[in-house]
Design a protein around this ligand. Structure first.
Ligand code: ZN
Length: 276
């Protein structure tokens, strides 16, 4: 049984959702709109650096929910894999600096590397970074991506695969992220959400909608209610596991990025209450 969302106390927005805004504009805009949480994408940190970003975020009163994104572990050679490890450690440093307790991993894939081999490299990469993340007090969360991204973004494409990887790694510092955009089609989704909950691995929850037709494979995500994803039903499964974290709005959309972002934020608030 899924309850209706009545306020914005569990609403988190990803900075990429309002990509035209700087981090300062996003923190001010979200705070003004009564949004409670923020997930920060690394590109939003770049102009002023992690330290100054951390100060801005603490001043804003917003709760920093996570840092996006780490991952991209597979590479054709050892040098590339090491570069990925180094970059993930930098992400851990940034997460610590801005007070993010979690890094979402877009795990990576490389055309030509068999998916099974890529998954092995992903698990090895997470295991290598994990002690560093643990010492910083930062969790790593495996986000399964829709199979249309299996060529170059992620070899982890179902929640079942993400769960199996997190269970094999078997650390309280590693879990999974459920993103409705990537997972809504999966007939095993309900069972896998329960499995993640039982294992204590369900760390975060991302929402948006699937447009028909999808005009761009990356940058045409819909606002909640615009598409065919049963968001409220999936949120119900997530909450039945005991998850009480944020509903994170993560929308890549050329159409919404072209809008006045304050007006877009109004639309997000409305869609959140009525369609999430
Ligand atoms: Zn996501």
């Amino acid at each position: 049984m899924t309850t209706e969302l009545r306020d914005f106390s569990r609403l988190c927005i990803h900075t990429i959702t309002t990509k035209p805004w700087s981090l300062a504009e996003a923190t001010q805009g979200y705070s003004r709109a009564g949004v409670a949480g923020i997930t920060v994408w690394r590109d939003a940190l770049e102009p002023q650096g992690a330290k100054e970003s951390g100060r801005m975020l603490r001043d804003s009163g917003l709760e920093v929910v996570s840092l996006c994104r780490g991952g991209f572990f597979p590479a054709v050679d050892e040098k590339g894999r090491q570069a990925a490890i180094d970059d993930n450690k930098r992400a851990v440093d940034e997460a610590k600096e801005i007070g993010a307790p979690l890094i979402v991993l877009v795990c990576g894939a490389v055309p030509g590397i068999p998916l099974a081999e890529a998954r092995k490299q992903i698990a090895d990469g997470i295991r290598t970074v994990l002690p560093y993340a643990e010492s910083a007090g930062v969790k790593l969360s495996i986000e399964a991506l829709h199979p249309m991204y299996a060529d170059c973004r992620s070899a982890v494409n179902t929640l079942g695969q993400a769960n199996a990887m997190a269970e094999a790694i078997d650390s309280p510092w590693c879990g999974v992220t459920v993103d409705v955009y990537h997972l809504w089609w999966d007939p095993d989704l309900e069972a896998e959400v329960r499995r993640a909950g039982r294992a204590g691995n369900l760390l975060s929850f991302h929402i948006c909608d699937w447009r028909t037709p999808t005009r761009d494979l990356l940058n045409d995500r819909g606002l909640m209610g615009e598409g065919c994803i049963p968001i409220r039903e999936i949120r119900g499964w997530v909450e039945e596991t005991g998850f009480s974290g944020y509903n994170e709005v993560e929308i890549f959309s050329d159409a919404f990025w072209a809008m006045d972002q304050s007006k877009f934020l109004e639309k997000i608030r409305d869609a959140y209450l009525n369609h999430s």
